[in-house]
Design a protein around this ligand. Structure first.
Ligand code: ACM
Length: 779
C-alpha cells in the first residue's frame, strides 16, 4: 500500500492498528516504515501528512514546566538537525506544545498528537513527557543527511495515547564478573531510555570482583576489585580464537607489584554521576550487593566473615558469610549504610541466591543460633539472615529485593522477589500468594547471557510475565514487572555485551511496555528500522539470521545455495577452506552451484564492518536411500513413545536406565501424562515418504534431541541447552523408512518440535498420517 492512500483509509487502519494482527502484510510494512516505534504504543492512530521541524519552530512550555525534558528534545533536534529551537510563551502554528494534562492517568503515560500544523505532547508527569519525546526520537529521520540538507526534520502525523503495561521494566548487568566502564554504562542507559526501560539493576559484587567503593572498608576495592586472570578469563581467551569479541578488554588490565591484574570499580563519586545520568532519563539504578553467598571477593580480604575463617570454593558455590556471628551483621550493615546513602532508589537488592550452606551446618555457633531461634534447618538460617537484613533495610526506608532462592526457608511479604529459577515454576505464584511483589526474570528466555540463536528473539518476544495460574486473577497485580539479566562470565567486552543484548532488549521492551504484544511480524518490521540507528551509535548488535539453507545439506547431482539477506545492505562473505570468513573473503554470489562435497563457512557483514554469526553449512553428495522392505499392511498410524525417568546429559544416557512406560503418539509431542521435571523419550516407528526427493528436517528442542532416518543421523541437536533449532537433509526415495527421534529434558521446561520440507521449501509440520509403527510392539 502506498503511504498516500493511508489518508483515505486512516480510520479503518487506525482501528486495525489497535488490533495489529488484522493488518495485511503490505499495509503492515508501510505502517512499520512510517511508525517504526518500539515498544509499540498502546494506541496509535495513523494520520496523513507530516510536521516539519525547521529553524523557526518553537517549543512552548505551558507554565514553564517540563523544561528539563524539553531540553532533551532540543538536544535531540540539535543533534539530528544541527539547529536548536527557541522557547515561546504562546502556542501557535509551527510549535511543539508541551503541556500538563492531569487526565493522563499513568505518570509514565503520554498523549502525542503530531499534525501538519503543530505537535502537542501532554502528560501528567515528567516521565510521561520524557517517553513522548523518546517516541518522537524514533519517529525522526535517523539522520539529517536523509533530508538532503533541506533544513527540516520531518515527523509523520499521528495520534498516540500510550502508557506502560508494567511499572518495573528492567535490565540487569553483572559488572562483577567482567567490568564495564562508566562510559559504557551511560551508553547502555541511553538505549534503555530509547526503549522506555526504567530500571538498571547493577550486580556490583561477586566472587570475582567488588566494584563499588565502600569508604569504611577501602580494601574491598583496593584488593577486591582486582584479580589475576581466572577460569572465566581463560574461557573467554579460548573463545576469542574464533571471535575477537571474546578478547579481554585491555582497558581493565593493570600491572601492580609485578602482577597482571584484571578489574576496576566505581568510586562513589563516579556512581553518583551515573545515577544522575540515569535519573535524567527516568531510569533508577538498583544496586545489588549479593550476600550471604557470592561473597568471595570480600571473604578473601576479611576471612573472619565466613564460618570457617577461610575463603574458598564449596561444593557448588563459594563459602558464604557466616550468619551466626555478629561481626557479619556489623559488616553487612556498614556496607549497606553506604549503599543506601549513595543510591536514591527505594529498592535495594540483597541477592541471596546460590548459597553453599554446608559450612553453616558444621559450625557450633550456627547450631546455637538455630537452637535459640527455633530454626529447623540451614534454609531457615538463611531466612533468619535475610529477615534480619530486611529489618535493617526497612528501618532505612528501603525495600529489600532478593532472588527467589530466599523463599526456601520462608519469607514474609514485605520483601520483593526476583524470580529466575525456571525449575521452580510455582515460586512466583507462591510468593504472590504470600503477599510479595514479584519481578519476573526467568532464566529462559530472559537470561541474555545465553548465546542467542534463531529462536531466542522470538522466545523473548512471546514471553508473558504473568504466570498462567495468576492470569485473570487479582494476584496478577503482584507481578510488578519484568527484567532481563546479563551475567558476564563470558562477556568480557563491550562489543560482546552489545551483541548479547541487542536486539533482545527491544523484544523485552515490547513485553514490558506494550499492553498486548503479540504481533511478532510487526515487531520484526519495526526492528529493521532500528539497525541503521544502531550503526550510527556504534552498537555492535547481533545481525538478523540468514535464511535459505539447512545446517547439513545433501545433493545427488548438484545443489544451489541461495541465501536470503534480511537487510539489503549486508554483504555475505564465505570460505570453503575451513578458515573464518572475513570482510576480505570471497563474496557469496546470488546463487552458488555446488557439485562436490564441501563445508562452507559464511557470515554477513554490514557496511560498518559488524559481522553476523558464522554459519557452517555442510554439503554432502549422496545417493537416494532405499526404503525398508516392510509390509505396509502390518502398520498402523502413530509412533511408539518410550519414556525414561531421570536426568540425562545427552540422549545416549537414557539407555542406562530401564524404560518406565511405552505409549503410542500421533506425532512428535511430549505426552501430557509426563509431569517429571527431567526425563527422556524415544520415538520409534516408520516415516512414510510420499515422493522421491531431498527432504529437510528442522528439529527444535530444549534440551537435546537427535533424529535418525534409516541408518543416517539427519539432525544432531543433542546435549543440555535452551531451545535451539538444528536442521539437516536426506535424499529419500518414495517409501517407508525406520524413524527414530530421541529427546531429553534436563529440567526447567521443555520444547520439542520437528518440521520438514522438500528441499528448501518452507518448514511445515509433518502430517500425523506419515508416522507409522508395526501393529505389534516390535517396531
Ligand atoms: C542467579 O542467576 N544466580 C540469580
Amino acid at each position: 500500500m502506498n503511504i498516500a492512500t493511508l489518508s483515505a483509509k486512516k480510520f479503518l487502519i487506525g482501528i486495525l492498528m489497535i488490533c495489529l494482527y488484522a493488518v495485511p502484510v503490505k499495509a503492515q510494512s508501510a505502517l512499520a516504515k512510517r511508525y517504526p516505534i518500539i515498544p509499540y504504543p498502546s494506541r496509535l492512530i495513523p494520520e496523513s501528512g507530516n510536521f516539519s521541524i525547521n529553524k523557526k519552530t518553537s517549543i512552548v512550555l505551558q507554565y514553564g514546566s517540563y523544561k528539563q525534558e524539553a531540553e532533551i528534545l532540543n538536544g535531540l533536534i540539535k543533534k539530528k538537525g544541527g539547529f536548536s529551537l527557541s522557547y515561546r510563551q504562546n502556542a501557535s502554528d509551527n510549535c511543539i506544545l508541551i503541556k500538563n494534562d492531569p487526565s493522563v492517568r499513568s505518570k509514565e503515560g503520554y498523549h502525542l498528537v503530531i499534525s501538519p500544523g503543530k505537535i502537542i505532547l501532554s502528560a501528567s508527569a515528567a516521565p510521561g513527557i520524557f517517553y513522548g519525546i523518546e517516541t518522537i526520537r524514533q519517529l525522526l529521520p535517523e539522520s539529517f543527511q536523509e533530508n538532503n540538507g533541506t533544513g527540516t526534520l520531518s515527523l509523520p502525523a499521528v495520534d498516540i495515547s500510550d502508557h506502560p503495561a508494567f511499572s518495573w521494566r528492567g535490565m540487569h548487568l553483572d559488572v562483577a564478573r567482567h567490568f564495564f566502564s562508566e562510559a559504557y554504562l551511560k551508553k547502555f542507559i541511553d538505549r534503555m531510555a530509547t526503549y522506555k526501560l526504567n530500571r538498571l539493576h547493577l550486580h556490583l559484587t561477586d566472587d570475582q570482583g567488588w566494584r563499588i567503593q565502600i569508604k569504611k572498608y577501602p580494601e574491598l576495592t583496593k584488593q577486591g576489585a582486582w584479580r589475576t586472570f581466572d577460569h572465566i578469563d581463560s574461557t573467554c581467551m579460548e573463545l576469542s580464537k574464533e571471535n575477537p569479541d571474546f578478547k579481554i578488554d585491555t582497558s581493565h588490565i593493570i600491572h601492580r607489584d609485578g602482577k597482571t591484574l584484571y578489574g576496576g570499580y566505581y568510586t562513589q563519586e563516579q556512581m553518583r554521576d551515573i545515577i544522575r545520568y540515569a535519573a535524567a532519563r527516568h531510569i533508577q539504578i538498583i544496586p545489588e550487593v549479593d550476600m550471604p553467598g557470592h561473597m568471595m571477593s570480600a571473604v578473601r580480604i576479611f576471612p573472619y566473615l565466613s564460618c570457617t575463617g577461610k575463603a574458598g570454593q564449596g561444593k557448588l558455590f563459594s563459602i558464604p558469610l557466616c550468619p551466626c556471628d555478629e561481626s557479619t551483621f556489623t559488616f553487612a550493615d556498614n556496607v549497606y549504610k553506604e549503599i543506601f546513602k549513595l543510591f536514591p532508589s527505594k529498592y535495594v537488592h540483597i541477592g541471596g541466591d546460590e548459597v553453599d550452606k554446608s559450612t553453616w551446618a558444621k559450625t557450633p555457633a550456627c547450631n546455637a543460633v538455630m537452637r535459640k531461634e527455633g530454626l529447623k534447618d540451614v534454609n531457615q538460617l538463611q531466612s533468619y539472615f535475610i529477615k534480619r537484613m530486611e529489618k535493617f533495610f526497612y528501618a532505612n526506608g528501603k525495600t529489600l529485593i532478593g532472588w527467589d532462592d530466599i523463599l526456601e526457608g520462608g519469607m514474609d511479604s514485605s520483601a520483593t522477589i526476583m524470580y529466575w529459577r525456571n525449575w521452580v515454576p510455582n515460586a512466583p505464584e507462591e510468593a504472590a500468594k504470600e503477599g510479595s511483589d514479584v519481578i519476573m526474570t526467568p532464566d529462559s528466555p530472559l537470561y541474555f547471557d545465553a548465546f542467542p540463536n534463531k529462536t531466542t528473539l522470538s522466545a523473548v518476544y512471546h514471553y508473558n510475565p504473568i504466570p498462567v495460574a495468576l492470569r485473570g486473577t487479582p494476584l496478577a497485580q503482584k507481578i510488578i514487572g519484568v527484567q532481563a539479566n546479563v551475567w558476564t562470565e563470558r562477556i568480557p567486552s563491550e562489543k560482546r555485551a552489545d551483541y548479547m543484548t541487542m536486539p533482545r532488549m527491544t523484544a523485552l521492551a515490547e513485553v514490558a511496555w506494550t499492553d498486548h504484544p503479540g504481533d511478532y511480524q510487526s515487531y520484526l518490521e519495526r526492528l529493521r528500522y532500528q539497525y541503521p540507528r544502531w550503526d550510527m551509535l556504534h552498537i555492535h548488535y547481533r545481525l538478523p539470521d540468514l535464511k535459505g539453507f539447512t545446517d547439513n545439506n545433501v545433493f545427488t547431482d548438484s545443489a544451489v545455495l541461495t541465501v536470503q539477506k534480511p537487510l539489503a545492505d549486508m554483504v555475505i562473505h564465505y570460505t570453503t577452506d575451513g578458515t573464518l570468513p572475513s570482510a576480505s573473503s570471497a563474496i557469496l554470489p546470488q546463487s552458488l552451484t555446488i557439485k562436490k562435497t564441501v563445508n562452507i563457512k559464511l557470515a554477513a557483514f554490514t557496511p560498518e564492518g559488524n559481522r553476523g554469526d558464522i554459519y557452517v553449512l555442510k554439503y554432502e553428495k549422496e545417493s537416494y536411500m532405499s526404503p525398508a522392505t516392510v509390509n505396509i499392511d502390518h502398520m498402523v498410524q502413530g509412533l511408539n513413545c518410550i519414556y525414561y525417568k531421570g536426568s540425562f546429559k545427552n540422549t545416549k544416557q537414557m539407555t542406562t536406565v530401564a524404560a518406565e512406560q511405552i505409549s503410542v503418539v500421533n506425532n512428535i509431542r511430549v505426552p501430557e501424562s509426563i509431569k517429571a521435571p527431567a526425563f527422556g523419550l524415544q520415538y520409534r516407528g516408520y516415516i512414510s515418504i510420499p515422493e522421491t526427493g531431498i527432504y529437510s528436517f528442522y528439529l527444535t528442542s530444549d534440551d537435546g534431541s537427535i533424529l535418525r532416518i534409516g541408518d543416517k543421523t539427519v539432525v544432531d541437536n543433542d546435549g543440555l541447552h535452551s531451545a535451539q533449532q538444528r536442521s539437516g537433509q536426506i535424499a529419500l526415495q518414495k517409501g517407508l523408512y525406520p524413524f527414530s527421534l530421541d529427546f531429553i529434558e534436563g529440567g526447567g521446561g521443555y520444547k520439542l518440535r520437528l518440521q520438514y520440507g522438500k528441499q528448501s521449501e518452507k518448514a511445515r509440520n509433518i502430517p500425523d498420517s506419515l508416522f507409522l509403527h508395526k501393529k505389534h510392539r516390535d517396531g
